[in-house]
Design a protein around this ligand. Structure first.
Ligand code: GLP
Length: 240
């Protein structure tokens, strides 16, 4: 696990884009799973700016959705696919045929999870993974406790995740209580992972993820056991 500490959120965006540029240079048609949430948005904006200046070719990426609320209609403003589309897929010019959704509105969500697992395996697994860190140590919506072999599945959100996601949608009552998440097994097998973390409110949990015991109670701590993980944090999240 490599720890990369930068001064602030702006520098985090640049460093994340550098990581991605190096990965794309090695494999332009990489498979990638990408998080929504506030933290990676600076990275995505920097990637879009570099692409607009002709510095980066992102259109061959094959993108997998990380997580989805259960039961939302596709045009619901809270759809995490919609957020990923606006922040990553569209600005990076990725054709929709290169995108694999995790459709939370499917009539048989269990079948959709199994199909997603097969699609990732058929694609050879994830080359790249860009993740954020939940305040309770979750990855995607792999809520604690999540063992390392947890597959893609339906999960009940913890009160902590409901509370922290309320800010995106204007109140806790707006946050759906259940979700689909890409499994721990697929995330931990990604060939390269970038975990982006920003802000003093993540300091305690980040320390436990990086230095604490590896435990299902902090799912992100399993990244200590995964190949080629870069933890990219600003000083507020890590300290000096
Ligand atoms: C949500 C998402 C995660 C995200 C996390 C952190 O719960 N399911 O994928 O990484 O929150 O979000 P933020 O970056 O806004 O702190």
């Amino acid at each position: 696990m490599e720890l990369l500490i930068v001064d602030d959120y702006e520098a985090l965006g640049r460093a994340g884009a550098d990581w991605m540029a190096a990965a794309l240079a090695a494999k332009p048609d990489a498979t990638i799973v990408v998080a929504t949430g506030d933290t990676p948005m600076g990275v995505y904006r920097e990637l879009a700016a570099r692409r607009a200046r002709g510095l980066l070719e992102t259109t061959h990426l094959r993108v997998f959705q990380l997580d989805a609320y259960l039961g939302l209609a596709p045009d619901d403003r809270r759809s995490l696919y919609g957020w990923m589309y606006r922040s990553f897929i569209e600005p990076l010019g990725i054709p929709e045929v290169n995108v694999v959704r995790l459709p939370g509105d499917a009539s048989d969500p269990g079948a959709v999870c199994a199909a997603y697992d097969s699609a990732v395996r058929c694609a050879g697994g994830f080359d790249l993974s860009i993740l954020g860190l939940g305040p309770n140590g979750h990855l995607g919506f792999n809520e604690p406790p999540s063992p390392p072999d947890a597959p893609t599945r339906i999960v009940d959100l913890t009160p902590e995740s409901i509370a922290s996601n309320a800010r995106y949608w204007g109140g806790t009552d707006q946050v759906p209580r259940r979700a689909l998440t890409c499994g721990m097994d697929l995330l931990l097998a990604a060939r390269r992972t970038l975990l982006v973390v920003s802000g003093a409110h993540k300091r305690d949990i980040l320390y436990r993820v990086v230095r604490g015991p590896v435990t299902p109670d902090i799912p992100a701590s399993y990244l200590q056991t995964a190949p080629h993980v870069t933890v990219l944090a600003d000083r507020a999240a890590w300290g000096d």
